[in-house]
Design a protein around this ligand. Structure first.
Ligand code: 26W
Length: 836
């Protein structure tokens, strides 16, 4: 970088003369004075207020900007370094990023924490008040969105060139409230007070077109196709810093926001139809307005396809424009890999083909060669209903040229299949990218599989089932294409930031290296044998519980009782995740007390905490939320329980709450029906924070159990093959109901209206759903779950042994760092080494 690229001194808040004077790993040579000066400068010149008249929000902004200023030199430098090196990079294409709050993360990454704290103390400002100002960007639904956020954190920390591409939704995942125990959704206006972390670049907007028709024309004797679209919108990029942990590296997250184009406006406007012009504007701006809150059940809504094409087309253009003039497109695969985070961005495949063939005038085969090497696909589900399909009708109307291209890709693919397997019509129908029932539609997972250089599942079991059950013909047709990369989580946010007590304890024992080399947690194993370490570990857990209690009290007026085991189930509300199974356990415990069969004093005191949002249209899930709240009201108020059971359901579970809840948990509930949860990532966060898991052999639970050992994990439930066998034999849930007294009593109590003021009709659908349908075999796994919970109770009696197990969970779960996931992607899929 030339010195003139960056304003000397002024860009740097801390008084250092030149940003490069800062050693990346050794930490900043900055000063408290420098921080204070820059903070006040930002308050005055960016917010336009003196300290004496500033609001909490002003101070939060000025503070955030000071941290931002500090990272800025490194960001500019990194962007330039990546451009100059012409090294291969990763374009992570994801419709969701569930980022969580940025302030603390960016403070940590910059190593400014202590200086900032001192500086604010010197100004008489409580950092906590400023932290509380930040509304987390909830631009995702759950696991998939949070995974994307962990991955970009790890890529920056590893120093791998990466841009995360996505959508800047104006409204993220809805804010959940409860009214009479039922979920009510409120809009999430996270941008109401603005965000100090975003850098809009309207001048770099891309025009994205839709609709219209295609036509052929003669191009010097070659017949070519062009797309004549009917309407367009602008995609305005907003850049966000993605700082690596203490390494002086900063990558970019680029989220697109839709705007009306002038061109479009003016045409209508000049025709005199003002209302129509306004309508058109609103229409264009709707594209990035709101995140679809459906997790795993695509609704096939036109706006959703518009969103997908909008951000993917903008991202691909953005990348192609960044290439040097005269770049040979045959070399594209040496410069970029577009990673498809589930099928949501798959429309990028025909888009790149369209650009290469129609615009760059490459031969189809050459273009296809390039395209196939430039994409890779990650599948995040096994539920058949979660696999996206777009009706040919809709796709053809919105993106006529893309549909033609998809048809051609399919045609050539099916010819190749026929060559290989012969005229096996059934197989051809099963493998076709175009499905015929219930309507003609494009199977996006098939398109992604055909186009991708690699296809990966997100945990060993998931990848295996993907090959064996979901896409077996493709696995046979493309040997070597399928692979696994087990998910991971960033230890910076989910251990260091969320659990400072544990982090300090670990660092005191084994030094700081673990934060970027999580396998080093293994060195803690010996400390599990040290009574004084166990004591410290237990007191960290106790302190985390008190901290949680304060948060829940302030946030929701909820009380966590002292001396209780904290039993936590937090994740989206979905039938396959089986919150109902957890609830049946609670009702069983409660019923055994109120019926007098068990003395309250003999019950292990437990506080059960739920956190879960249901998709707004998912009726069964919403009924289960209602039932959890109803059971909570009754159990918590019943004197016969003597306070030994407590059910808490803080509304609006999000990343910020997760960061408080997980470090306080004793028991982690990972109880999905085997073969349904692709991986889970909450399970990893709990284990790394010293909670023991009660779980089925599903997703990454399998790998957690293998690592921590059977003695340190409460396994229950059928295995995936057992589930298959029971379906094959004919599953009758009522048989299980009849055969188990505890189950019958719990179900009968719910059916009796005990949790609905005597009104039997309220929860009747929940009970009959289990008795007569039970798609996720709650009843089949009940007895095994209850038996495992009894083992949990027994184990919890010996607190010291429990702590021993908890330490071993931490020590043995270093594998689940998202840094390791990224290394696996790099080695198996991307081939993008860190840029040194
Ligand atoms: C509406 C369409 C749709 C379909 C699927 C929206 C969202 C999805 C996602 C695949 C749901 C999701 O978040 N899956 C989760 O991904 C995590 C990260 O890999 C896994 O850990 C979870 O097991 C998986 O459920």
């Amino acid at each position: 970088m030339t010195a003139s690229d960056i304003a000397p001194g002024s860009a740097h808040p801390t008084g250092a003369t030149h940003p490069l004077a800062l050693a990346p790993v050794a930490g900043p040579a900055s000063t408290v004075d420098g921080f204070v000066r820059q903070f006040l400068r930002n308050l005055n010149y960016e917010r336009g207020v003196p300290l004496s008249a500033s609001s909490d929000n002003d101070r939060y902004f000025a503070f955030a900007m000071t941290v931002r200023d500090y990272l800025m030199a490194r960001w500019l430098e990194d962007v330039k370094r990546q451009r100059d090196a012409q090294a291969k990079g990763v374009a992570y294409l994801s419709a969701e990023y569930l980022l969580g709050r940025q302030l603390d993360n960016n403070l940590l990454a910059s190593g400014l924490g202590d200086i900032a704290a001192e500086a604010m103390a010197a100004c008489g400002i409580d950092i906590e008040d400023m932290r509380a100002q930040e509304v987390e960007p909830g631009l995702g639904n759950g696991g998939l969105g949070r995974l994307a956020a962990c991955f970009i954190d790890s890529l920056a920390t590893l120093g791998v060139p990466n841009t995360g591409y996505g959508i800047r939704y104006e409204y993220g995942i809805f804010r959940q409230t409860f009214q009479d125990g039922q979920q009510v959704e409120q809009p999430d206006s996270w941008l109401k007070l603005g965000s100090p972390w975003e850098f809009p670049h309207p001048e770099a907007a891309q025009t994205i077109t839709f609709g219209g028709h295609t036509e052929t024309y003669d191009d010097e004797g070659v017949t070519r196709t062009r797309w004549v679209p009917a309407w367009n919108v602008l995609a305005v990029p907003y850049n966000y810093m993605v700082p690596g942990y203490l390494n002086g590296r900063v990558n970019t997250l680029r989220l697109w926001s839709s705007r009306a184009t002038n061109e479009f406006d003016l045409r209508v406007f000049n025709s005199g139809d003002y209302e129509e012009a306004v309508r058109a504007q609103t229409f264009a701006e709707n594209i990035s307005k709101v995140l679809y809150p459906e997790d795993s059940t695509p609704q096939g809504k036109e706006l959703r396809l518009q969103q997908q094409y909008f951000f993917v087309a903008a991202s691909i253009k953005d990348f192609l424009e960044s290439l040097p003039e005269g770049f040979d497109l045959a070399e594209l695969p040496e410069r970029i890999i577009f990673q498809l985070n589930d099928t949501h961005p798959v429309i990028g495949v025909p888009e790149l083909m369209r650009i290469l063939v129609d615009e760059k005038k490459l031969e189809w085969d050459a273009a296809w060669q390039i395209t196939q090497q430039c994409f890779a696909y990650t599948c995040h589900t096994l539920l058949p209903e979660a696999l996206e399909v777009w009706s040919v009708d809709l796709l053809g109307r919105l993106l006529p040229r893309h549909l033609e291209i998809i048809y051609r890709i399919n045609e050539e693919f099916l010819i190749a299949v026929r060559e290989r397997f012969g005229d096996d019509e059934l197989r051809l129908r099963n493998m076709s990218i175009i499905g015929e029932f219930p309507e003609r539609s494009v199977r996006m997972a098939f398109l992604a599989t055909v186009a991708g250089s690699k296809v990966n599942g997100v945990a060993e079991l998931h990848s295996q089932l993907l090959r064996d059950k979901v896409l077996p013909d493709f696995d046979e047709f493309y040997p070597g294409k399928f692979t696994n990369v087990t998910n991971g989580v960033t230890p910076r946010r989910f251990v260091r930031l969320s659990n400072p007590g544990l982090s300090e304890l670990i660092t005191d024992a084994i030094g700081t290296g673990w934060l970027t080399d999580l396998e080093r947690l293994r060195e803690l194993e010996v400390y599990a044998e040290d009574p004084s370490f166990r004591e410290s570990f237990a007191s960290v857990k106790a302190a985390n519980k008190r901290r949680l209690s304060e948060v829940l009290h302030a946030r929701d007026g909820l009380e966590v009782s002292d001396g209780h085991m904290l039993d936590v189930m937090v994740k989206r509300l979905h039938e396959y995740k089986r919150q109902m199974l957890k609830l049946l356990h609670i009702v069983t415990e409660y019923e055994s007390i109120v019926s007098g069969r068990v003395a309250a004093g003999d019950v292990t005191p437990r506080t059960f905490i739920f956190g879960a949002k249901a998709a707004p249209g998912y009726v069964n899930a919403k009924r289960i939320i209602h039932l959890i709240n109803a059971v909570g009201s009754v159990v918590n108020a019943d004197a016969r329980v003597e306070g030994r059971l407590k059910v808490l359901f803080p509304p609006n579970y999000n990343v910020t709450l997760a960061e408080r809840l997980i470090p306080a948990a004793d028991l982690s509930e990972q109880i999905s029906l085997a073969g349904k949860e692709a991986s889970g990532t909450g399970n990893m966060k709990f284990a790394l924070n010293g909670a023991l898991t009660i779980g089925t052999d599903d997703g990454a639970n399998v790998e957690i159990r293998e690592l921590v050992g059977d003695d340190n994990f409460f396994l229950f439930g059928q295995t995936e093959p057992e589930v298959e066998a029971l379906w094959a034999k004919g599953y009758k849930p009522s048989d299980f109901y009849q055969a188990d007294d505890g189950l019958r009593r719990a179900m009968d109590l719910i059916a009796s209206g005990a949790f609905s003021g005597g009104d039997r009709s309220v929860f009747e659908p929940v009970v009959s759903n289990l008795l007569y349908d039970d798609r996720f075999m709650v009843l089949a796994d009940y007895s095994s779950y209850i038996a495992a919970q009894a083992k949990v109770d027994a184990a919890y009696q010996d607190q010291d042994a429990w702590t021993h197990s908890a330490i071993l969970n931490v020590a043995r779960c270093g594998f689940f760092s998202s840094d390791r996931s990224m290394r696996d992607y790099i080695e198996r899929i991307w081939h993008t080494p860190p840029l040194l």
